[in-house]
Ligand binder design. Structure first.
Ligand SMILES: *[C@@H]1O[C@H](CO)[C@@H](O)[C@H](O)[C@H]1NC(C)=O
Length: 333
């Protein structure tokens, strides 16, 4: 099932067309330094002031260890739950080159390129959809962080005039993003919006903790950054993926790049070495989690991130209208 673009606002479309064009012209890096200083993609400044522990409040068990669900990957105990989960694609793992020596946005920590070896693993063929997420919340009564906090970040171009008129504050570092009261996964552009006609679109406005909770419920887990990147490459080494390439990649995976950003399990860190790594899981601790894949929000710097090595970060409790996820599972060796 190919995911449609989540939102078809003419503003976004316009930005995308511009971005596609600049990408075709060549990826020009000279502007990166000025763009990066103004938090270029506008998605890194999205942080909440206060935190709540969603897991406690939702009374869900929490396991930070990404490797607890191995053999149950394709045999969940709950008939109905199993039915709604995404199909898994088995990837053989092995050695691949992670990151790039030619990073467009050096402070994103894409480099240096390093050899990484992964065990075989499963990954969901597409991002978790509204339908799937609704099934999860119906079954568990789970309440997302955006619903709990009462707001989430929405790109201003997507807001109705009515919602815009109620905005009191914008994010200083990224004025095109606004925290919108009542925006959550059921109301992606604010209270007057609905997901009714986009049940098979990626669920958005889910925090890292929300994504973790879904994958846990599905007896799966979030991918490590390395797994995500290997899956994204689809058998290609160090290769740019074209903007808006909707057909499945060489591994039969959809929209790894360019639909919504996707959460990974890893803590954010920009310092990497050239040392070979085996099943890397990122740093032990951190403040932000890694997201991968770019999003439908296009602008030159965003679209430069339409590459498998591209990465960005958010605090685990933040959510936005361009951020979703997919789950993975261990494969039997
Ligand atoms: C969730 O529950 C609502 C209300 O009962 C229902 O309309 C909806 O179809 C359910 N969604 C799924 C995916 O089961």
């Amino acid at each position: 099932m190919a995911m449609a673009l989540t939102l078809s606002s003419s503003v976004v479309l316009f930005l995308c067309i511009l971005a596609v064009r600049s990408d075709l012209d060549d990826i020009v890096l000279e502007q990166q330094s000025s763009e990066s200083q103004s938090t270029d993609c506008g998605c890194q400044g999205l942080k909440r002031d206060v935190t709540v522990d969603v897991r406690d409040e939702n009374k869900l068990e929490h396991h930070d260890d990404a490797n607890i669900y191995s053999k149950t990957a394709n045999e969940g105990p709950h008939e109905t739950e199993r039915d709604i989960r995404s199909k898994l694609v088995l990837l053989q793992g092995g050695w691949f080159m992670m990151g790039t020596d030619d990073p467009g946005i050096p402070q994103d920590g894409e480099g240096p390129q390093r050899r990484v070896r992964l065990d075989p693993f499963y990954i969901e063929e597409h991002e978790v959809t509204n339908q799937q997420f609704q099934h999860f919340t119906n079954q568990t009564g789970y309440i997302t962080e955006a619903e709990r906090f009462g707001d989430s970040f929405v790109f201003e171009g997507l807001l109705s005039e009515e919602v815009k008129s109620t905005l009191s504050s914008a994010v200083a570092a990224a004025p095109w993003w606004s925290p919108v009261k009542g925006a959550d996964w059921r109301h992606p552009e604010g209270p007057d919006s609905t997901i009714e006609h986009r049940m098979n679109h990626p669920v958005l406005h889910v925090s890292w903790s929300d994504a973790q909770a879904y994958c846990h419920w599905a007896e799966r887990r979030l991918p490590t950054e390395a797994e995500w990147e290997l899956a994204c490459r689809g058998g290609l080494q160090d290769r740019c993926v074209c903007v808006m390439s909707f057909p499945a990649n060489g591994f039969g995976l959809y929209d790894m790049v360019g639909n919504a950003w996707e959460w990974t399990a890893d803590w954010w860190n920009v310092h990497h070495t050239t040392e070979d790594k085996y099943n890397p899981k990122g740093p032990e601790t951190g403040t932000d989690r890694v997201k991968k894949g770019g999003s439908y929000m296009c602008h030159k710097s965003y679209c430069y991130r339409y590459r498998c090595a591209a990465r960005s970060q958010n605090t685990p409790d933040s959510s936005a209208s361009n951020l979703g996820f997919r789950c993975t599972a261990d494969a039997e060796p």
